[in-house]
Design a protein around this ligand. Structure first.
Ligand SMILES: [Fe+2]
Ligand SMILES: [Fe+2]
Length: 224
């Protein structure tokens, strides 16, 4: 990553490092970056500053932002929106209006390891599963806050959503936004679980018949 950054800019000339989230999968490399980008200011939310100070015990040059604040960096502007509890109290997202890119932090992320960068290089079916699994594991308890974040971002002109981890959304953006709207309101789908044990296969036959009946009634088949 440092090599790639160095191809674009000499790290010692970096003015701002944006820290959207204190959690280690997002900020773990911050101290190393700031050693190289020694003149950089650290842009973060109020809770981000508290968290970074607690974690790293460093008196970095913090710029604390609130929702809607902007920083112009020449050809581009960075605009910040606080998205507390999606996934920690400090979370915020960064929007680049000139590029129509939202750096969405934990929101819209997935825990997926892939050499691909963009959603259409993987396909919606796999990504829907991964994004749903991620949502269920990371942000599920915070549906109300997700809804608030979606409302706050709804006025923005967004073409690309680049989460802190996972692939970048560009083709399936309307689909993932629609999925988040559904998840945030805890809209449940019709599902059934059939648990059975079978010694001679008879109960299994019954379980399979039950499943066939449920599928016929329009309850989708799961992968398990
Ligand atoms: Fe997180
Ligand atoms: Fe994360």
């Amino acid at each position: 990553m440092l090599a790639r950054i160095s191809e674009v800019v000499d790290p010692s000339k970096i003015d701002y490092v944006v820290s959207n989230h204190v959690e280690m999968d997002h900020s773990g490399n911050l101290a190393k970056i700031l050693e190289l980008a020694h003149d950089a200011k650290v842009v973060t939310s109020p809770n981000g500053e508290k968290g970074l100070r607690r974690h790293y015990k460093e008196d970095w040059d913090f710029v604390v932002v609130k929702s809607g604040d902007t920083i112009n960096i020449g050809k581009r502007t960075m605009q910040f929106f606080l998205t507390p509890m999606v996934h920690w109290p400090d979370n915020m997202v960064t929007y680049l209006p000139e590029e129509k890119i939202l750096l969405s932090n934990d929101a819209f992320g997935q825990h997926i390891a892939t050499p691909e960068r963009f959603d259409d290089e993987i396909g919606w079916d796999v990504l829907y599963e991964e994004a749903a699994k991620y949502y269920a594991n990371i942000v599920f308890p915070y549906g109300d806050q997700v809804k608030k974040a979606l409302d706050a971002l709804s006025g923005l002109d967004i073409e690309i959503v680049a989460p802190g981890h996972g692939i970048i959304w560009r083709t399936y953006l309307p689909k993932i936004l629609e999925a988040y709207q559904k998840w945030a309101t805890n809209t449940a789908e019709n599902r059934a679980v059939i648990i059975y044990d079978t010694m001679w296969g008879s109960t299994e036959k019954m379980a399979r018949s039950l499943r066939a009946g449920l599928e016929k009634a329009g309850i989708p088949r799961d992968h398990a």
